[in-house]
Design a protein around this ligand. Sequence first.
Ligand code: HEM
Length: 231
Amino acid sequence: MSPEGAAAADFLHEVAPASTRPVLRRSRTFEAGGHLMRPRQKTGYFTPMYGLINKAIEDLVRSRFGDDAWHSIRTRAGLPDQPFMPLSPYDDQSTYGLVAAASAELGAPMEAVLEQFGTFWTEYTAVGAYGDLLNSVGSTLPEFLGNLDLMHARLKSSFPELSPPSFRVTDETPTSLVLHYHSERPGLAPLVVGMLRGLGNRFGVSMSIEIARSEHPVPHDIFHVSWRASR
Ligand code: HEM
């Protein structure tokens, strides 16, 4: 792992309680072979993440900061100069390493990189192969957020080893709700903030988001979201 990848892992383990650290819990698990993972035996710590995510990070960096910035970030993250395969699983340390390397190269905190990527992700997946799926998730923000688990479940046909997050909506009013976010992966709450902002753009609302941590019934992040029409 690159020094940035190691630092990112340390940082993320500091911000995440031990109980939220990712564990491999599938019948078919993966072992690192370079950054691409091959089906093999359980290695115990990090959870594979599909290459679509790394590919989207690459596309974000190339489109906003140029090819040179991407090459610096990829090199700093210690990843080979090879295309990411969207439907293949990668060690998720490669993703954390890319976020850390982007943070160092672009001079932005890791939380800001994650947040920007989250907003980009909602635009990136809205076009092309996943556009129809996103359109079917909901026609209002609360409906969409309430169906996120169903949406990720539908993706299992393309991504059979998917370890998606889980979301639950509570305390809904006409202009607010509480979103509960559970994940095997630590430190990704800023990613969710960015995704929520992107969804706000999608539904034409401006949002206020407050993050808190809940320990009940299991440790997870909660987002107090309120909105008003922006167009
Ligand atoms: C059709 C659009 C979408 C696709 C194709 C998609 C697919 C994926 C994939 C492949 C992963 C990596 C997980 C893995 O490989 O095991 C992922 C993770 C994630 N997705 Fe989605 N997703 C979509 C939309 C969304 C939306 C709208 C949200 C909004 C909140 C969301 C929230 C997340 C989060 C937070 C993660 C990080 C992993 C984690 O928390 O453990 N996704 N998604």
